[in-house]
Design a protein around this ligand. Sequence first.
Ligand code: AR6
Length: 231
Amino acid sequence: QQSIMKFFKKSAREENSQKEKEGTSSSENGSGNEFPTLAFPSISTADFQFDLDKASDIIVESAQDFLRRVDNVRLALVDLSDKSRIISLVREKMVKKGINSNRFITFVGDITQLYSKGGLRCTVIANAANWRLKPGGGGVNAAIFKVAGEALEIATKERAETLNPGSSVAVPLPSTSPLYQREGVTHVIHVLGPNMNPQRPNYLQNDYTKGCKILRDAYSSLFECFASVAC
Ligand code: AR6
């Protein structure tokens, strides 16, 4: 309970330093910090080897489309390194399209430590999952299941056994989970993207017509799930 109260009583100082890091406007109104935020990794672009340029187009277009339709929410694309190519590509394309940088931000950090290490409040986070919805396997999936603990495994099993490419499932995180207590995350949305890695199931054999459609479906399903839990 105490840690949740702390979460909501975050100091203005931390909030401002966050805005500086993001390079966003620091005005009280319209900064976007008051909106429920979805933090999401770039689906399919590491272990699943999806082309970064094509993925960045799809991320920016899907986010723009979603934000035009749904008010009072914010999206945050997250990656581990400040040298992240996908973050640079997305930023470039956001600027070209004139997307409101208070409603769609990019952020460098571990998605399991956004609040405790980065001061970024995200009540919902997305996971680039595998079709069996199993922990492990590396990447962001391994990181989220490790930090969220068994509570996430159990809650996931109650919602779904498997996932089809291009679809997602929202899982409410039990308040016993460290990810809930420490980071204030209330939901994890598992998303399965297209796979371009011959070593993984559902390999698309470089078919980017199918791959792009599946990635678009994945983001639209992810964003709809977010709206349904946040709004
Ligand atoms: N925080 C933020 N971003 C991260 C983190 C993290 N802790 N870890 C990785 N990323 P990937 P995929 C970024 O490989 O390509 C798994 O084994 C990473 O830099 O996690 O969709 C699953 O079980 C990249 O930008 O997901 C599946 O089998 C993005 O997250 C398979 O990999 C996605 O990288 C899914 O592959």
